[in-house]
Design a protein around this ligand. Structure first.
Ligand code: 5GP
Length: 208
């Protein structure tokens, strides 16, 4: 096979929709950042949220920060592929942004909670179900989770307590996912994630 036809075959791969869930502090965002920065074929799905931006967050990059009314309008117009309330805020993924990227052959990573992951799993859209892979990241022990939550330093005691409670409930859901990564070092976590990605990209069903 010539190199040209080999490249053509490669470019005919449909993108993945990689759902990454797990409690805050389990190491998701580090894995995600490493993946997006290191691989031009990967795109991060920028969610909408009604949560106020944290100090280091940029509108349109980390999230689309919306008012409650703006979120409701998008929900009413059917623009969300999935949506959920997490803690006291609303979060949702815009259908159009994800579908366009997958069709263009990008692998899209979504950092979404267990409710959203459940909706994507149940989605009847054939493009989504073909592209779908889900991964649950969890800490090896809950003391480590609490330590990481506190180490973020961006939240008050009440918020940390709320997040810890939510995290413990969320941990019960790992069996619903295809893959589980037990978090250890950044390098080991990313290596596990990269291995999942590599294998999923090679599936015969990915090629169109
Ligand atoms: P944070 O406010 O710390 O950025 O995120 C809180 C939780 O909301 C995390 O578990 C994150 O995975 C989840 N989340 C972020 N974006 C979305 C989304 O678009 N949909 C859903 N269902 N959950 C989301």
């Amino acid at each position: 096979m010539s190199e040209a036809s080999g490249n053509k075959a490669a470019s005919l791969r449909q993108g993945l929709l990689l759902v990454l869930s797990g409690p805050a502090g389990a190491g998701k965002s580090t894995v995600l950042r490493t993946a997006v920065e290191g691989d031009p074929a990967i795109r991060f799905s920028v969610s909408c949220t009604t949560r106020p931006a944290r100090e280091d967050e940029v509108d349109g990059i980390d999230y689309h920060f919306l008012s409650d009314d703006e979120f409701s309008a998008k929900l009413g117009a059917g623009e969300f592929l999935e949506h959920a309330s997490v803690h006291k805020w609303r979060y949702g993924t815009l259908r159009a942004s994800v579908i366009d990227l997958i069709e263009e052959g990008f692998d899209v990573i979504m950092d979404i909670d267990i409710q959203g992951a459940e909706q994507i799993r149940a989605c009847s859209d054939s493009l989504i179900s073909r592209a779908h892979v889900d991964v649950f990241m969890m800490p090896a022990d809950t003391a480590e989770l609490e330590r990481r939550l506190r180490a973020r330093g961006s939240e008050d005691e009440e918020t940390v307590r709320l997040r810890m409670k939510a995290a413990l409930a969320e941990l019960e859901h790992w069996r619903h996912y295809t893959y589980r990564i037990l978090s250890s070092s950044r390098e080991a976590d990313y290596a596990s994630f990269a291995n999942i990605l590599r294998a999923e990209r090679l599936r015969v069903t990915r090629f169109i």
